[in-house]
Design a protein around this ligand. Structure first.
Ligand code: CMC
Length: 429
């Protein structure tokens, strides 16, 4: 029987250490026994950007980046995208099992009972400048919700946690739509709970006047699929933020706002917005080769390409590419699609991108669909944040119930000055 241990020899001292291997990992604190002198701090691993560090044990999402596999609670993303609603998937992510018919009905009703926001939240949103970025409004408003539900700080009470879960998932589409209507100077549309989760969101975004809004079934379903694809993605930057900030035991609104702030960045949830800006900048198909040349020359990145985990293909991008055709049949073809297809064609056979295993990610085509559906660019990261809220909360709940978790507090390698004496201002050069 091979031993489940790792033997390390420290060549500075000649000492050998045997560390247990559990789940294909070693515990980093086991390295601390490796020292030259007794009063040394002990060996650490250096891992900027957490390239090879497991932060937690999780049972929510499985990714095999080399094989292009993504599963929520064991179910392949392709099957969920084809057969489920977003709320069904959110239930799965949070509970670990798909809901029965009765469970889905009661879960959907519970979420719909939490779609309205306090009138003072609306007033707060009115205080933003007319041109405020909706994602900035989203982040701030979600944070502000903690002041409306002070009991949310009682995070070790399962009932209280569940209530905030319903509130967060139910209210984020309303906050998102109100942010958009504010930027347009249009009156806010209150939730219509006769509609589906995505139908209601489209209604709050696009309804004009008092005429009943009937979402187009193809677009409603397309949004449902996009929400399913974005619901969770294990320890991406924003989910890591959710876990890290949540580990201080702050309320879930504050932690969700921190996660949303991480998502705002152009390397994460802001990438689909950046893709469209890039396509605008390229302007026409004949300029694609020149653009690729500039990227290879180190001037910027091909946005919507590359992924920390997927080094073969992003399974979400494949579902989205197919979805684009269905959406464009209703909305008309997005003229930027041709530029995107040409970029993809050239990049996939270019040595630079092949060598670095850079493939289209989820954001490469999602923006084109969102734009064709009438969403402005600035709403793209907000559209990502709505479904990702269920993933964030699932990780937050898992983290709080994991006895091995503590407040997140990494170590550093200090390379600054050794002790030196204070210099009075008149003596400084
Ligand atoms: N265009 C051109 N070169 C790239 C790109 C790109 N999109 N992505 C990575 N590279 C190069 C990078 O310059 C580096 O080259 P070299 O080895 O010569 O220095 C090499 O590929 C490895 O890249 P990296 O930066 O070490 O990879 P990473 O794992 O740290 O970064 C990433 C992953 C997603 C941040 C990066 O690929 C990127 O910035 N992509 C564009 C932004 C984007 O589309 N983000 C959305 C990610 S998917 C949605 C989500 O989950 O948030």
């Amino acid at each position: 029987m091979p031993k489940e241990t790792l033997t390390i020899t420290d060549n500075r001292t000649g000492k050998t250490f045997e560390l247990p291997i559990v789940n294909n990992t070693i515990h980093s604190t086991d390295l601390r026994q490796i020292k030259v002198k007794d009063d040394d701090f002990g060996m650490m691993t250096y891992d900027p950007a957490f390239m090879n560090t497991a932060l937690c044990k999780s049972t929510i999402t499985f990714i095999d980046g080399d094989k292009g596999i993504l599963r929520y609670r064991g179910y392949p993303i392709e099957q969920l995208a084809e057969k489920c609603t977003y709320l069904e998937v959110a239930y799965l992510i949070l509970h670990g099992e798909l809901p029965t018919k009765e469970q889905l009905t009661s879960w959907t009703t519970d979420i719909k009972l939490h779609t309205f926001i306090h009138e003072n939240v609306k007033l707060l949103m009115e205080g933003f400048r007319y041109d405020a970025h909706p994602m900035g409004m989203f982040v701030s408003t979600v944070a502000a919700l903690s002041t409306f539900y002070p009991e949310a700080g009682n995070i070790f009470d399962a009932g209280t946690r569940w209530k905030q879960t319903l509130r967060l998932i139910g209210k984020v589409p309303t906050v998102a739509a109100f942010a958009y209507r504010h930027s347009k100077g249009m009156p806010y549309v209150y939730p219509d709970n006769e509609l589906s989760f995505t139908g209601n969101f489209l209604n709050m975004m696009f309804r004009i006047g008092t005429v009943k809004y009937n979402p187009h079934p193809v677009l409603e379903r397309a949004l449902e699929i996009l929400f399913i694809l974005h619901a969770d993605h294990e320890l991406n930057c924003s989910t890591t933020a959710m876990r890290n900030v949540g580990s201080s035991h702050v309320d879930p609104y504050s932690a969700t706002a921190a996660a949303a702030a991480a998502l705002y960045g152009p390397l994460h949830g802001g990438a689909n917005e950046a893709v469209l800006r890039m396509l605008d900048q390229i302007d026409s198909i004949d300029k694609v080769p020149e653009f690729i040349k500039t990227v290879k020359g180190g001037e910027g990145k091909l946005m919507g390409f590359g992924h920390r985990v997927y080094k073969n293909f992003d399974p979400r991008a494949q579902v989205i590419k197919k979805l684009a055709d269905q959406v464009f049949e209703v909305t008309g073809r997005n003229p930027k699609l041709d530029i995107a297809l040409e970029l993809e064609r050239i990049a996939l056979q270019d040595e630079y991108f092949m060598k670095r295993k850079l493939y289209p990610n989820v954001d490469f085509y999602s923006g084109l669909i969102y734009q064709a559906m009438g969403f402005p660019l600035q709403m793209f990261p907000v559209l990502f944040a709505i479904p990702r809220t269920s993933g964030w909360i699932a990780h937050w709940q898992e983290m709080l119930q994991d006895p091995e978790q503590k407040i997140a507090r990494p170590r550093q390698v200090y390379l600054g000055y050794d002790k030196r004496d204070f210099v009075p201002i008149q003596s400084r050069k």
